[in-house]
Design a protein around this ligand. Structure first.
Ligand SMILES: [Ca+2]
Length: 96
């Protein structure tokens, strides 16, 4: 497969991610803070309240470690989780 080829799977993923991202980003600043992330996880799993787990997950997704998930970081995590290959250029880690 061509390295930079954008598959329909990927486009679908972007759309789903965008909807989800908007849903989690309650403040609407195009970034997900740990608070927003935790609120979302709790909404989805009301029984499971494990702050450490959530923190760990958040840190894993927050590649540039600035304490916020931007859309690309979020998208990367979604693609990884769903086994959808990301176009190479988008998959390069953010330069710090
Ligand atoms: Ca970040």
């Amino acid at each position: 497969m061509e390295k930079n080829f954008i598959t329909s799977d990927f486009v679908k993923q972007v759309h789903q991610c965008d909807t989800l991202f908007t849903d989690i980003d309650t403040v609407g600043d195009c970034q997900i803070s740990l608070l927003e992330f935790e609120a979302y996880v709790q909404k989805r799993n009301p029984d499971k309240e494990d702050h450490d787990e959530v923190m760990k997950e958040f840190r894993k997704i927050d590649i540039n470690q600035d304490g916020y998930l931007d859309f690309l970081e979020f998208l990367r995590a979604c693609c990884l989780k769903n086994g959808v290959p990301m176009p190479y250029e988008l998959n390069v880690h953010d330069k710090v």
